[in-house]
Design a binder for this molecule. Structure first.
Ligand SMILES: Cc1ncc(COP(=O)(O)O)c(C=O)c1O
Length: 354
């Protein structure tokens, strides 16, 4: 019999289902790949890479660009294979036996899994029925359990709502432990807390290239914190954990990030248009969103998910056990054409009373 690590069999698995739908709006990805001009530059760059060398120069080139953009030192920036790796390492750095990690629920389902993987105790804190976070009670909870790490996703996945920067600052200022702010969707919100890092030594901001920059396939994310914090967290990474292809591509994408502004504006406008349309459907409760997706609730959520699937449209349905998400569906915002297709299908489903 294979002798696995203790408790591995009890580890929950990430339940994202991946299939190539005609319209794929289930994973909060960017529906568009790189802008043509960016893609051309990336391809040219890849042609001249030194595959035989470990990717030092490429790592520090991207770190330097990010540091310059946020007016921080290079020593304050760490890169990861997606922000997934960043988050996992932060949990690892502040986890371990007897350590507690507090995070709101419902939120990104991986926090629970990372806590378990880090052998820490995950302590969920319930959002209210409108998915708002009671900041004062959250702070009390973090203090009461003597947490070593608090995590907030802002804007929150899957609910789409966001804390104000004042609320984020209040949390950072009121707790002694590390505070990880997961800003995977912040480009669609426009209010990042990176500037607060200078003031709060416990604040760690995680960002990703997967959503706004359409690079989910390349796997690149980063974190910004004070140098002493990054120095410690850096100990949890393997050497050369990022590959040269990803780093070189992300370096170009970051240089050319202005090319992404029109599509960001398009996604935000489309999100607002979709919200207004969904709101008018009777029997549908729609939650306001600051991200590139919208959460909504209706009685026949599972039936609607199946109906959409029959049309080769993939949307995110939450299992009945997912806290607070009963009868909820989450739709990522695509192109205008895709959003129109999805909306018509939803409307059709409601009209034919499936
Ligand atoms: C809130 C949140 N954080 C982090 C991630 C991880 O993204 P990535 O590893 O692609 O950067 C996701 C992915 O969906 C997410 O929703």
């Amino acid at each position: 019999m294979l002798n696995y690590r203790n408790e591995l069999d009890k580890m929950p698995s990430y339940d994202g289902v991946e299939k190539n739908y005609r319209i794929k709006v289930n994973a909060n990805e960017s529906t568009l790949s790189l802008p043509p001009l960016v893609e051309e530059r990336v391809i040219n760059r890849l042609a001249s890479l030194a595959f035989n060398r470990y990717p030092n120069a490429e790592y520090y080139s991207l770190v330097g660009q990010i540091a310059e953009n946020f007016s921080v030192e290079s020593s304050q920036v760490l890169l990861g294979s997606g922000s997934s790796e960043i988050i996992e390492k932060v949990f690892h750095a502040f986890g371990g036996a007897g350590h507690k990690v507090v995070y709101p629920q419902p939120s990104f389902s991986m926090y629970k899994i990372y806590a378990k993987a880090a052998e820490a105790e995950g302590v969920p804190f319930d959002l209210d029925e409108k998915f708002n976070l009671n900041v004062d009670d959250f702070i009390k909870k973090i203090r009461a359990v003597n947490a070593s790490l608090a995590v907030v996703c802002n804007p929150n996945n899957p609910t789409g709502n966001a804390l104000t920067l004042e609320q984020v600052e209040k949390i950072a200022a009121s707790i002694d432990c590390a505070f990880l702010l997961d800003e995977a969707y912040v480009e669609f919100y426009g209010r990042s807390a990176v500037n607060l890092v200078a003031k709060y030594p416990n604040l760690i901001v995680a960002r990703t290239f997967s959503k706004a920059y359409g690079m989910a396939g390349a796997r690149v994310g980063y974190m910004i914190a004070q140098s002493e914090v990054t120095r410690m967290i850096n100990k949890t990474f393997m050497p050369y954990h990022m590959n040269v292809l990803t780093l070189a591509a992300a370096d170009i994408v970051y240089q050319m990030r202005d090319e992404f502004i029109p599509r960001l504006q398009m996604i935000i406008a489309e999100r607002n248009r979709m919200f207004e349309r969904l709101k008018k459907l009777s029997g549908v409760e729609v939650f306001p969103s600051e991200a590139n997706f919208i959460l909504f609730r209706l009685k026949k959520a599972e039936e609607l998910k199946n109906y959409l699937e029959s049309l080769d449209i993939g949307i995110r349905y939450f299992s009945p056990g997912a806290f607070g998400l009963k009868n909820c569906l989450r739709v990522s915002i695509g192109t205008q054409f895709e959003n129109d297709e999805v909306f018509s299908a939803i409307k059709n489903f409601l009209e034919i009373g499936q």
